[in-house]
Write a protein that binds this ligand. Sequence first.
Ligand code: SAM
Length: 255
Amino acid sequence: MTAVENANAGEQYEQYTPSFAEYWDDLVGWDDRLERDGPFYERLLRAHGAKDVADVATGTGVNGVALALAGFNVTATDGSENMLIKARENAKARGATFADSRVADWLTLDDTLGKEKYDAIVCLGNSFTHLFDHEQRRDALHAMFRTLRPGGMLIIDHRNYDTMLDEGYSSKHAYNYCGDDVDVGPAQLHRGLAQFHYKFKDGSTFQLNMYPLRQNYVTHLLEDAGFVNVERYGDMQRPFILNQVDFIQQVAFRP
Ligand code: SAM
């Protein structure tokens, strides 16, 4: 089976069909992933005194559910209703309660969630890569900025595309997508497109089209949107050597 071949800018979450939403949990590998990144995000959010947290790329819920179980008031949003349905099921199965959950596009996040409502926004699991248009990326970050309270924190996690583009793809698969039953790799990789194939043990294949975000570009976008004191981590460590990490976490603050 092959999922969506392509998607227009602004409709990237439509790649997450109901069947892909079902497979996403295998891809995520909840337990391994939470063991590695769960404590890191909890620590960052707690250190910042965050209580009301919006997970704006909830997907099937891996981080949102963990944060809710850790005691944060989590609003779970996603552009894809298919993913949110699965996230609600997962939350229920794991005994977590979301303060709220609803479909929300990043471009209109403050219209959907309200302005100055959250202490923190998390956009994790290489989600921001789904916007293909510079103006949309800029508008999305402006909307996230407005949704945060003054002093609020935004965490964006994205793949280390710099090394992928400059040195070729090689992942130790240690972070984020740890499912054992899936083989993940790029089918196309150039400045304007990273197309990843996901092949599951049962033979199902999917592909996602992503925009390869360079880390400096994301930092500049954050600063252009008004965020300050942007800090970067590599696979949740600081300092880090760029070509030795799979993922970059950028933490930014609304003044
Ligand atoms: N954070 C989850 C995880 O790590 O498993 C999900 C990651 S998945 C790569 C990206 C998610 O971003 C998808 O659930 C997709 O629907 C959502 N997404 C993509 N574009 C979006 C947009 N413009 N607004 C809101 N959500 C969007």
